[in-house]
Design a binder for this molecule. Sequence first.
Ligand SMILES: [Fe+2]
Ligand SMILES: [Fe+2]
Length: 248
Amino acid sequence: MSLYAIGDLHLHFQSELKAPGQIHGRVWKDHERKFQRYCAEMLTDADTLVLVGDHSWGKNLQQSLPDLQYISALPGRKILLRGNHDMFWEANKTPRLNELFAGKLQFLQNNYYSYQDAALVGTKGYTFEGPFYLDRRGRIIGWDEQTQKHAQKLVDREIRRLETSFEMARRDGFRRFIMFLHYPPTDILQEDSPFTRMAEQYGAEQVVYGHCHGESRFNDSIRGMHHGIRYSLVSGDCLRWVPEKLLD
Ligand SMILES: [Fe+2]
Ligand SMILES: [Fe+2]
């Protein structure tokens, strides 16, 4: 029995078209098939797989159904987090999704799930992604202040959702936490953030996130041990579609 994570499947069974622009390159070729095979080889129905968002390119639930059915047919228990591309998942409709997919998929948002004696908490998160202004050598010398201000509002909202998740688990007696985000916990300029501070405040053992695609983005945020917490980027292309084991 193990806990695994991966993110950013960016499925598009609803359309014959190739996935939109930013997702390209060899690693994405037949990625649905590769991932399905790795899951079949590695996971059993006793395992839990957390998918940290960007599941589907569908523009609404109807369009995303084939993608969600693909995920639901994978072995084990599947817990889904919201990504920025998950248009099928309106923030206030999480209970409805949990009803619709009861017994098949679990949707993590303003709630938590348990794995043995650990609570799986999380939210989509948010990260300021620029625009940044560079000098001739490519060093960052400034950024768009308006966009950053707006980003701060979204970070505040996501922090409240994350706190709800932690508090529900804590009130139910949990003292071990694994924290999931879709966005990286820090932007490329930060060494800590409200998300890393909340992870530290509640004593999370691990912070697991996705969203970063392509070699040049894999080190945009914290990876490895930082202030006693293990940070892992689990975007599918970074893991080459092999689910990452978090706990035995
Ligand atoms: Fe993504
Ligand atoms: Fe994303």
